[in-house]
Design a protein around this ligand. Structure first.
Ligand SMILES: Nc1nc2c(c(=O)[nH]1)N[C@H]1C(S)=C(S)[C@@H](COP(=O)(O)OP(=O)(O)OC[C@H]3O[C@@H](n4cnc5c(N)ncnc54)[C@H](O)[C@@H]3O)O[C@H]1N2
Ligand code: MOO
Length: 402
């Protein structure tokens, strides 16, 4: 059976996807979520011509040359405007953020003045309009401040709040159910018996899912038999995506595919030209739910999740940016020729000022070895059947932050 190329497999996973519905949350809860609607300014910022400095509001004509003499007629601070009019030879004490009084069009900074009682001397000439933030210079009411599909970060929250919004429409978090399968598995915190190992994958996967905006729901561990699998799969009905771990290969106890098919999954593909991760499968249950069957080896599991599940999460969230894009780097170690599967090799990426970063491949290729993944910060992407590559060659890399 020929293996499906990674790019085609990914296209099939994302085919026909539409973003999930939205919900309204307050600004505190909006951080890290994805904006579902454009944010339109309800207010103008600054709402009035405001002073950018502590100093004196005057008429520009009066400070064309220095020294110039004034009478201080009042004070304007942030939140406390001066209600009179500034005439020729008059100045109003003003503080940063204060509203510029009528008649004034210039602010001279305090450091360039001398004051004695109400008598003020401006020691340096200033140009008209100096030190003023004009009304609406940041944004005006009805302007689009933020576009739907962006990640809501600290600056987006600040802007939305300043624009008059206390709540934002965000995409519902994709619900991802995770089922570990295998007679040999015990949950973390237990002492494994003979032949047993710790079920580590669901926890790493959950962290990955949550860090990319999803909601992980652990379904526990199902034993390698059809009734146990059927029972566990029944708990995944409300998930947007069901992820199974393990049991995806060709062994006698690799029952995940038949168990999913018995539940009504329409298989889209099984086995991809990817290393690690070849035995992964993809299908749909009840038309709505996407199913990713990931391999049990920890590396295979996390890397296939990064390649297939993370873009799926992004599509469900309607994210429009592409922080996941591949980059290029200069190879800092030899790599052998590649086999027929696209190989994602763990590597250490080091920035080099003004040049492409350096990618040093890590030595372990074993898809069950977790330590190398914890050290790596990138994957070198080796296309199927690529020739051996030497130090200095430019290669494709995928930065990873997990
Ligand atoms: N004859 C063949 N054998 C295998 C092939 C093949 O093509 N022909 N493919 C190999 C590849 S590639 C991979 S990857 C593995 C994947 O196998 P499965 O998805 O069926 O995974 P399991 O056999 O269930 O487990 C593999 C390995 O991972 C451990 N595991 C499973 N679940 C977890 C978990 N939740 N946490 C931590 N570790 C887990 C499991 O104990 C096994 O050691 O198949 C090859 N075989
Ligand atoms: O591709 Mo498997 O994922 O080699 O270990």
């Amino acid at each position: 059976m020929s293996l499906l190329p990674v790019e085609e497999a990914l296209q099939r996973v994302l085919d026909g996807i539409t973003p999930l519905g939205s919900e309204t949350v307050d600004l505190i809860a909006a951080g890290g979520r994805v904006l579902a609607d454009d944010v339109i300014a309800r207010l103008t910022q600054p709402p009035f011509n405001a002073s950018a400095m502590d100093g004196y509001a005057v008429r520009g004509d009066d400070v064309k040359s220095a020294p110039a003499h004034f009478t201080v007629i009042g004070e304007a601070n942030a939140g406390g405007p001066f209600n009179g009019v500034v005439g020729p030879g008059e100045a109003v004490r003003i503080f940063t953020g204060g509203s510029l009084p009528e008649g004034a069009d210039t602010v001279v900074i305090q450091e360039n003045t001398e004051r004695s009682g109400n008598a003020l001397t401006v020691l340096e000439a200033a140009s008209r309009g100096a030190n003023i933030r004009s009304m609406g210079s940041d944004f005006r009411a009805d302007e689009t401040l933020l576009k739907a599909g962006r990640l809501i970060d600290a600056s987006a929250i600040t802007l939305a709040a300043a624009g008059g919004h206390a709540h934002l429409a965000v995409r519902r978090k994709p619900r991802i159910a995770i089922l570990a399968t295998g007679d040999e598995l015990v949950p973390p915190g237990n002492q494994p018996g003979v032949g047993q190992i710790i079920s580590s994958n669901p926890y790493g996967l959950a962290a990955l899912i949550e860090s990319f905006g999803g909601k992980a729901h652990l379904l526990g561990i199902a034993a390698d038999n059809m009734p146990a699998l059927a029972n566990a799969l029944a708990d995944a009905d409300d998930a947007d995506v069901l992820v199974t771990i393990g049991g995806a290969s060709v062994g006698d106890r690799d029952l995940v595919k038949p168990a999913l098919e018995a539940r009504g999954m329409a298989l889209d593909f099984w086995k991809v030209a990817i290393r690690p991760g070849k035995p992964m499968l993809f299908g749909r249950l009840n038309a709505q739910q996407r199913v990713l069957g990931l391999p049990g080896n920890p590396l295979s599991c996390l890397i296939t999740a990064r390649i297939f599940l993370v873009p799926l999460l992004y599509a469900l969230l309607g994210r429009t940016d592409d922080p996941l894009a591949e980059q290029t780097a200069v190879l800092a170690g030899e790599i052998p020729e590649n086999g027929p599967r696209q190989h994602y090799m763990r590597a250490l990426l080091t920035p080099v000022p003004g040049e492409l970063p350096r990618a040093a491949p890590l030595s372990s290729f074993d898809s069950a070895h977790i330590t190398a993944l914890a050290t790596a910060n990138a994957l070198i992407v080796r296309p199927p059947c690529a020739k051996s590559a030497s130090i200095g060659e430019v290669v494709r890399v995928l930065p990873i932050d997990f």
